[in-house]
Design a protein around this ligand. Structure first.
Ligand SMILES: [Zn+2]
Length: 462
């Protein structure tokens, strides 16, 4: 990705990630980093931005291929007896994957990442478990499919965190994988080849980072996880799905006599490098221990609702000062504002109270949620983002405060209205690494990206 020369922008109102500022002049260098941020200053030659500037949000959990089937599983057709669940959804998802070739994945991911940018996500954590071809044989480059996603990110311009997935088994205790999982499977040595191949491509890219992602405790065992963690000890981040479904809790108890989060905390040094995706079903003790560990909980409220997962123990976790961020996971929604709304609404519906997750009196609920999700997203992708401050990446979103939905709102009221009032997209411009990728709601490559996506959908349907 090319970078433009040093430049400055000026904006009347900006949320800096922890406070609001007025008349803000922001310097950006040619590497896409913020070099200066001064409030109460004049434009004085800087490019003037119309709207309200906020830090771009990290989407810490994405399975790009699932974008192509979002909305196609809302029937009871798989069982015919009104017993649809996460597990029947998963079977349909596996069938869908049987057709996706590398070019298809690139086209789907490009469309998805374009949509993410348009809704204000500036970084995506791609948790990619498709590794092999349609027959289950490895591609010549074992990282082929994750690289297709990376190329899609480069085309769209969104920052990219590669999270190649380690998937070896079909269930707890080293159960053999099933036929539907044949494109996912690697042993430790093969997985390390995936990571090494990605390292070469990603190492020097400013808008990219690399972690590893053991899929879940269903897909790895203790020895394997230990071996891979030892080998990848330089990996800055480790993501894992955990405790998403009640059946997973029951199976884990049957296997180990411990619950998934409990087992993980007891057997591995879970710390700030880790991101536990979902962590939906936790006891009060697990919630307190996870919060204390410094790991990020990767919450995906719209997907968790769509799949009938359950409610994350958010109020206690927030009170215990646990880190968390958001992801769009299966992409039934690609709006960070909708994810945050659902997170708070889930708690309101359970407790019959309002503003449940606002554990501070200093800011409003929307502002607090947005700020905390920025911090957790940055931690879970090992990127310096989420603040408008020297040394951080110049990843910004410009909100159209003249839009009737937001008109007359400012500061915390504006963020609250973005999250809790209406659905029109009011994201106007989006910058990643100081480069304006979305201008007045449009991306320079959107026609191409959308046409390629349509062709792919036609091919997959044919
Ligand atoms: Zn997931």
């Amino acid at each position: 990705m090319k970078h433009r020369d040093d430049h400055s922008i000026w904006v009347k109102y900006a949320f800096l990630g922890n406070s609001w500022a007025e008349d803000v002049r922001i310097g950006i260098n040619s590497s896409g980093e913020i070099t200066g941020c001064v409030a109460q200053s004049t434009a004085n030659g800087a490019t003037v931005i119309n709207g309200v500037l906020i830090p771009g949000m990290t989407n810490l959990h994405s399975h790009a291929h699932q974008r192509a089937m979002a909305g196609l599983t809302e029937k009871n057709s798989t069982t015919g007896n009104r017993e649809d669940s996460f597990w029947t959804w998963r079977t349909m998802m596996y069938h869908y994957l049987e057709r996706i070739q590398p070019d298809d994945l690139k086209a789907i991911a490009s469309q998805l990442y374009l949509e993410m940018l348009k809704f204000g996500y500036t970084c995506v954590g791609e948790f990619q478990y498709l590794h092999h071809d349609l027959s289950g044989n490895p591609y010549q480059d074992r990282a082929e499919m994750t690289k297709q996603c990376f190329q899609a990110a480069v085309e769209a311009g969104i920052a990219f965190t590669a999270l190649p997935v380690l998937y070896t088994y079909g269930g707890f205790g080293g159960e053999p994988a099933n036929q539907g999982q044949k494109r996912f499977l690697n042993n430790a040595e093969e997985f390390i080849q995936v990571v090494e191949s990605l390292e070469k491509d990603i190492r020097d890219v400013k808008n990219a980072s690399l972690g590893i992602a053991p899929h879940s405790l269903r897909a790895v065992d203790q020895e394997l996880l230990k071996e891979v963690l030892q080998h990848c000890s330089e990996a800055e981040i480790v993501h894992i799905h955990v405790a998403e479904q009640l059946k997973e809790i029951e199976d884990c108890l049957a296997w180990s006599n411990q619950r998934p989060v409990e087992w993980l905390l007891n057997h591995f040094d879970i710390n700030h490098k880790w991101c536990l995706i979902h962590a939906t079903h936790m006891t009060a003790a697990e919630t307190a221990d996870l919060a204390k560990s410094g790991a990020v909980a990767g919450l995906c409220p719209t997907t968790e609702a769509n799949l009938g997962d359950g409610f994350f123990n958010a109020e206690q976790y927030f009170v215990e000062k646990g880190s968390w961020g958001i992801g769009s996971d299966s992409h039934i929604s690609i709006s960070p504002f909708e994810e945050l709304r659902w997170l708070e609404y889930g708690q309101r519906l359970q407790t019959n109270r309002r503003n449940v997750l606002n554990t501070t009196v200093k800011s409003s609920t929307g502002c607090h949620l947005y700020q905390q999700a920025l911090i957790g997203g940055a931690q879970a992708t090992a990127r310096k983002t989420g603040r408008i401050k020297p040394g951080y990446r110049a990843d910004f979103v410009v909100i159209d405060d003249m839009h009737p939905r937001l008109y007359g709102r400012s500061k915390d009221d504006l963020l609250d209205s973005l999250i809790f009032s209406g659905n029109d997209n009011t994201v106007k411009d989006v910058y990643v690494g100081g480069i304006k990728l979305i201008e007045d709601g449009h991306h320079q490559h959107e026609t191409n990206i959308e046409n390629n996506f349509r062709s792919t959908i036609n091919r997959l349907a044919g």
